[in-house]
Every structure is written in structure tokens, then in C-alpha cells.
Design a protein around this ligand. Structure first.
Ligand SMILES: C[S@@+](CC[C@H](N)C(=O)[O-])C[C@H]1O[C@@H](n2cnc3c(N)ncnc32)[C@H](O)[C@@H]1O
Length: 383
């Protein structure tokens, strides 16, 4: 695999991807593990090769070492060892976060005794059976499900598929986040079953919560159920009927009395509460990614601004806004700017109590901006 000078510079900058336009010659099979060299034949590493997607090369190692069973075993072992310090009071977490664990295009989430696996490129797909064998050997899961239905698989010419790869995977799995029991549906839940990346933010929100809380986009109740112990009442709103059902189920499982989950469109509910003058001590906004790509950034910015403006208006003085964006394309700087504009429009003075991101089990690879996608701000209305 020969890459251009620009491709070499990219790898040297620490970014593990080389785009197709920087591939000079590729005499390799689709999904092969290749030796990467420059036009003078100098070695730059070993990588996953994709014959179809724009991301042609995903670097595995800069070293000239065999990429074999022992290699993948060591990478998986290191990923698991990192979680031993990064994860607390929780048995549902991300075990492998792709490039940031030096296992490009591979995602593995643990839910108690079960694992959900995603292989999102031609080459990781080819290694899937080996990865599953190593997972069984190293972690003895009761079941492994492939949750290979993300659309990015289509860019690789791979089919979308959800199936059991090892053992049995029940429809409902119980596991704990921050000591709270949640029910997970690995095959049909969003992502691989949950928004594990928000776990630390659920816990952080608890510190500021009191009185009446509104959790918009509540999914299975991650924020609502975690903050409930500190509040008089929490209302959780989600558009998905299955999400609301699961949230109620989680509420029952943990015997949490002071939360009401209901189906609704957060845009409408926020507007209605603003119009009737309802007030909350905390509003939580964790919408789906409004900006899926750069082209939708402008429309997304309007959407984020609208919900943040409404939320700020219905906050009581001294109240807290927890506001999130999981759109990689919306930078933290832009997010702060649009919220500043919303605060100004709402005539509120707002300070930043905390600038947060995804949980530590979703590490950010410093040289790969794409791995830093989640923004979570904790803001206080001071007047
Ligand atoms: C990022 S997830 C929320 C995750 C959740 N806060 C957690 O921490 O687990 C976004 C949720 O918003 C819901 N949703 C999308 N559009 C909505 C809307 N207009 N109103 C209410 N819920 C919506 C989706 O069903 C999804 O459950």
C-alpha cells in the first residue's frame, strides 16, 4: 500500500486515517491488513485497508510487527485494563472505542455478562470471528451480539446485520450504571442499547439537581432516574414509545417514585411550558445529533438554539441547564456561542459551571478530533 506525501503527513500528525485520494497504489484485497509505505518505499505502519470507503487506510500500528491473534489479544487486554480505572460502580460500559483504543472501526460495549460488537469497516469485518474468539477466551461472556446495523457499513459495501455470534443473548439484559439498574435491549435499543457515553454526565447532574426537573429527550431515563434522589419531581419526555416504556420499567426496577415519563415532542413541550409560565430548577437537553454532517450544520444550529432558548426561559433564577450536543460537526466553541446568543435573547445571565464531554470509557484520541464528539455543559442562570 503506497500513500502520498500528504497521506504520510497525516499519519505523522497522529491521525490514523488516510483517504482514498492519498493512496498511490493499492495491490491489496478488500479488507486486507496492509503494510503502508511512501513512494520511496519507506515503512509507515500496518493498517486496515478498505477498497470501497473514502477512508482507505486505518492505521493499526506504526511498528513493523505482525498483526495476528497475539496483536489483537494484547490490544483488547489493554482496552479492558484501562476500563478498570476509568469505570466505577457500573457494569455497562464501552470496552473498545475504535480508533481511540487503537482498534480502528471496532466498537465493543459490555452490558453485564453480555457484549455487543460492531465491525464497521471491511477489514474489521474480516477479523470479526477472531475478535469474537479472543473475547470469549479473555472475558467469558454469556453471549455476544453483532450490532452491525449502522449506516456507515453501507459505505464499506457491507450488509447491515444484527445477530448472535456467541452463546445466547436475551431480549432483556439487566446491568448497572452508577449503581442504578437499567434494562437493555442490545438488538433493538438505540446505539448498542444505551447512551453509555452520558453515564458520567448523569452522575454529574445529580450534584446540581433540586426541586422540579425537566429531562427532555430522556430515552430510558439515564438523567431522570440518576438525579431523582435529589429532587421533588422529575418529568422525562421522549418521542419514542419504546424509550418511555423502558424508562418506566427502569423506574419500577429501582423503586423510584418521584419521576413521570411521558411521550412527547420536546420542542412542543418546551414551547408550551414557556407559554404557560412553568418554572423548573433544572432542565436537561440531550437531543439526538441534529448535525449529522457539515451541510446540516446551519439547520442544526437553529434547532439547538431554539431548545436552549426555551429551556433558559423556563428556568427559575439560580436554576441549572444541562445541555448536550453529540454532533461532532458542531464544535464546543460554536455550541457555547449559540447558547450565549440564546441566553442573551432570553435576557438571562448564565455562567458555565462545568464543561464536560463523553465518559472516560469513550476515550478521546488526542490526535484525532473525530473521537471528541460529545459536549455537555452545565450552566447556571445567575439572574
Ligand atoms: C441522545 S438520546 C438521549 C439519551 C438520554 N438522555 C440518555 O442519557 O440516555 C436522544 C433521545 O431523544 C429522542 N427524541 C428525538 N427527537 C425528539 C423530540 N423531538 N422530542 C422528544 N424526544 C426526542 C430519541 O427518541 C432519543 O431517545
Amino acid at each position: 500500500m503506497v500513500i502520498s506525501t500528504r497521506g504520510v503527513e497525516r499519519l505523522r500528525s497522529g491521525h490514523p486515517w488516510v483517504y482514498r485520494s492519498d493512496v498511490r497504489s493499492a495491490q491489496a484485497e478488500a479488507g486486507a491488513i496492509v503494510r503502508v509505505t511512501d513512494e520511496r518505499g519507506r515503512f509507515h505502519g500496518r493498517a486496515f485497508y478498505s477498497a470501497q470507503s473514502q477512508i482507505a487506510v486505518r492505521l493499526l500500528t506504526r511498528e513493523n510487527v505482525p498483526v495476528d491473534r497475539a496483536f489483537f489479544t494484547e490490544r483488547l487486554r489493554r482496552a479492558a485494563a484501562y476500563r478498570e480505572t476509568a469505570v466505577e460502580n457500573t457494569d455497562a460500559y464501552r470496552l473498545v472505542h475504535g480508533e481511540a483504543d487503537l482498534l480502528p472501526s471496532i466498537v465493543i460495549d459490555r452490558y453485564g455478562d453480555y457484549l455487543a460488537v460492531q465491525t464497521l469497516s471491511q477489514a474489521s469485518e474480516k477479523q470479526k470471528n477472531l475478535i469474537v474468539e479472543i473475547l470469549v477466551e479473555q472475558f467469558s461472556p454469556k453471549g455476544i451480539l453483532e450490532r452491525n446495523d449502522p449506516k456507515v457499513r453501507l459505505l464499506e459495501g457491507l450488509p447491515q446485520s444484527v445477530s448472535v455470534l456467541h452463546g445466547d443473548v436475551p431480549v432483556e439484559i439487566l446491568a448497572k450504571e452508577n449503581g442504578i439498574t437499567f434494562v437493555y435491549d442490545l438488538a433493538k435499543g438505540q446505539k448498542t442499547g444505551s447512551f453509555l457515553d452520558q453515564r458520567e454526565n448523569h452522575w454529574a447532574a445529580r450534584r446540581y439537581a433540586s426541586g422540579e426537573v425537566l429531562d427532555c429527550f430522556s430515552y430510558q431515563g439515564g438523567f431522570a432516574l440518576t438525579v431523582a434522589a435529589e429532587c421533588e419531581h422529575v418529568e422525562g419526555i421522549d418521542m419514542g414509545a419504546a424509550a418511555v416504556q423502558a424508562a418506566r420499567r427502569n423506574q419500577d426496577l429501582n423503586s423510584i417514585p418521584n419521576v413521570t415519563f411521558r411521550e412527547g415532542n420536546a420542542f412542543d413541550v418546551l414551547k408550551e411550558y414557556d407559554e404557560v409560565g412553568r418554572r423548573f430548577q433544572m432542565v436537561i437537553l440531550d437531543p439526538p445529533a441534529f448535525a449529522k454532517n457539515r451541510d446540516s450544520l446551519e439547520a442544526a444550529t437553529r434547532g439547538y438554539k431554539e431548545i436552549n432558548l426555551r429551556a433558559l426561559k423556563i428556568l427559575a433564577p439560580g436554576g441549572y441547564l444541562i445541555t448536550c450536543s453529540c454532533s461532532y460537526h458542531l464544535s464546543e466553541a460554536l455550541f457555547l456561542q449559540l447558547i450565549a446568543e440564546a441566553a442573551n435573547d432570553a435576557k438571562k445571565n448564565v455562567v458555565v459551571a462545568e464543561r464536560r464531554t463523553q465518559a472516560q470509557d469513550h476515550p478521546i484520541l488526542l490526535t484525532m478530533p473525530e473521537t471528541h464528539y460529545l459536549k455537555a455543559l452545565i450552566l447556571k442562570v445567575i439572574e
